[in-house]
Design a binder for this molecule. Structure first.
Ligand code: MLC
Ligand code: AMP
Length: 505
């Protein structure tokens, strides 16, 4: 029976002894071994009561087994919901409850803390540790190594990826089989991936970039990955000579440029470096080419849309731009007030339409209607323009969003927490330039009359409820927040005034 995503990405590799993953300990996992493990997990999930369309929430470390969880969900028709490993139990509770997940899979070290979350959401709890041990592998080890793939259609859901919202409530972006497959097919072709490629994979696998862009492309091409648990500079330098391609967020490339070992000789054999998820500074692009002779290929995507645009593989990769709309993706620039398409060259909202665009936000029809037009165009919230040769340039955001090291942070979520703290009247959170993360979080507080907020206690409160990457790197008390005549906080003034906070001396 047909299951386009499973059949095309995974199933056709059955029996193949070619390597899929090269691991840090020097071992290799073949496609065949990976698919046998996948089938065992699929049986285990089925036995645990998960039916097609049910959600499986996973907060697990990056490992080959974690990838097999994704593959098993696709094979059994389960909707995969990967979660950032940095999220606290408080944050997780919302995702598990909101998605109605039937199973929560977590690291054994977090099982005690997450048991109440699973219980209140009426989900069962299983564990999978970074070393591949846990109650899932225990239950799977005697299961059959083949599984009759569950029939699915292109419009059926494959994954939920939560993306934070401007109101502070995260939204579950519903991605279909066609969304994922069409994008992988386009990217393999556009970036000329073949089975000869070896991708250096140092990204997390709970986001679009590491999971769908990197992994799906490699699966579709029948290529291999050097699968590192995380971005570890020494490991990247050590394994790069065995790779042909690399995908990363700009922080990867700025960190590599800071390392004298990263030079022309080390990268001479590489075919392609790709960057995305956050703006790559034109100066990084130029410095990278000067050092290595390679021009980084920058592309632009989102959780809701997968990849939208890319600089060309053949042809000029233009610094400071994200290239052209991908084949099959329509892109237009519209007036934020009227929604009308603007003349070429003018700055406006980027809207996209195509088979890559998601189905909507889970259980949020109003939010979906606000961002996804009835004609299929998705309003990205990014501001851009198209030059006379068709290159798209992102010039800013119409959404209050901070991107730190490729992770999205919505100020509202942090402001809600800061506003609740003793002695705080109100707050504003902004992103300021940061040499390593591109942008970082700064919190501005106004004290209640006669009070002195305890900044250490506030930082601690953030620690228990918000993932580490969202914590303000600095809290600053102001007499008042700058406001315009309408009373709206002028974050641009704060950003301009405090723009040099993290500037290297
Ligand atoms: C880690 N920390 C971060 C952080 N990552 N803080 C802010 N922003 C981040 N991105 C915290 C750590 O918890 C640690 O806290 C401290 O910062 C320093 O950690 P580090 O050791 O320097 O960080 P490291 O573990 O090396 O991680 C940095 C990183 C990682 C850049 C390698 O964040 C990363 O892999 N980012 C990729 C994100 C990604 O894949 N985004 C794709 C989204 S999809 P402490 O306690 O030590 O102070 C998408 C769509 C698209 O956007 O277009 O692709
Ligand atoms: P996410 O919600 O994590 O998928 O992040 C998507 C957002 O990341 C987009 O809306 C953009 O603001 C940003 N983004 C992704 N790629 C790029 C890029 N190449 N340049 C600038 N911003 C980017």
């Amino acid at each position: 029976m047909a299951n386009p995503l499973y059949d095309t990405l995974f199933g056709r590799h059955a029996g193949q002894t070619a390597p899929f993953l090269h691991l840090s300990d020097g071992s290799t996992l073949s496609y065949d071994a990976f698919l046998r493990l996948t089938a065992q997990y699929a049986h285990t999930f089925r036995d645990a009561g998960l039916a097609p369309g049910d959600r499986l929430a996973a907060q697990i470390e990056k490992s080959p087994q974690a990838l097999a969880v994704y593959a098993a969900c696709v094979q059994a028709g389960i909707v995969f919901l990967p979660l950032n490993t940095g999220y606290t139990a408080d944050e997780l509770e919302y995702f598990v409850t909101d998605s109605g997940a039937r199973l929560l899979l977590c690291d054994g070290a977090k099982a005690d803390a997450l048991a109440p979350v699973a219980k209140s959401a009426k989900a069962s709890l299983m564990t999978l540790n970074a070393d591949g041990s846990g109650s899932l592998p225990d239950a799977a080890k005697d299961q059959p190594e083949t599984f009759e793939t569950t029939a699915r259609g292109g419009d059926d859901l494959a994954a939920f990826l939560y993306t934070s919202g401007t109101t502070g409530r995260s939204k579950g972006a519903m991605l279909t089989q066609t969304n994922l497959l069409s994008n992988a097919e386009t990217l393999v072709d556009y970036w000329a991936f073949t089975e000869k490629d070896v991708l250096l994979h140092a990204l997390p696998i709970f986001h679009t970039h590491g999971l769908f862009v990197a992994t799906n492309v490699i699966l579709l091409a029948g290529a291999a990955m050097i699968f590192l648990p995380k971005f570890d500079q020494d490991k990247v330098i050590e394994t790069l000579p065995r790779a042909t391609t690399m995908m990363g967020v700009p922080t990867f490339y700025t960190r590599l440029l800071d390392d004298p070992r990263f030079d022309r000789a080390l990268t001479g054999h590489m075919r392609l470096f790709i960057s995305g998820s956050a703006p790559l500074l034109a100066e990084t692009h130029v410095a990278f080419e000067e050092r290595t002779g390679h021009r980084i290929l920058e592309r632009y995507g989102m959780t809701e849309t997968n990849m939208n645009t890319s600089n060309p593989y053949e042809g000029e990769r233009r610094a400071g731009t994200v290239g052209f709309p991908l084949p099959g993706v329509e892109l237009k620039i519209t007036d934020p007030d009227t929604g009308k398409t603007l003349p070429q060259g003018e700055i406006g909202l980027i809207e996209v339409r195509g088979p890559n665009v998601f189905k909507g936000y889970w259980n949020m029809p109003e939010k979906t209607a606000e961002e996804l037009r009835s004609d299929g165009f998705f309003i990205t919230g990014d501001l851009g323009q198209i030059d006379d040769q068709g290159y798209v340039q992102i010039v800013g955001r119409n959404k209050d969003l901070i991107i730190s090291g490729g992770y999205n942070i919505y100020p509202k979520e942090i402001e809600l927490l800061l506003d609740e703290q003793p002695g705080v009247l109100e707050s504003a959170v902004v992103g300021v330039p940061h040499p390593d993360f591109g942008e970082t979080v700064v919190g501005f507080l106004v004290a209640q009359k006669g009070e002195t907020p305890d900044l250490a206690a506030i930082a601690e409160a953030a620690g228990t409820s918000l993932a580490r990457f969202k914590h303000p790197r600095k809290l600053i008390v102001l007499d008042e927040l700058p406001r315009n005549t309408m009373g709206k906080v002028q974050k641009n003034i704060l950003r301009a005034e405090y723009g040099d906070l993290f500037k290297p001396a």
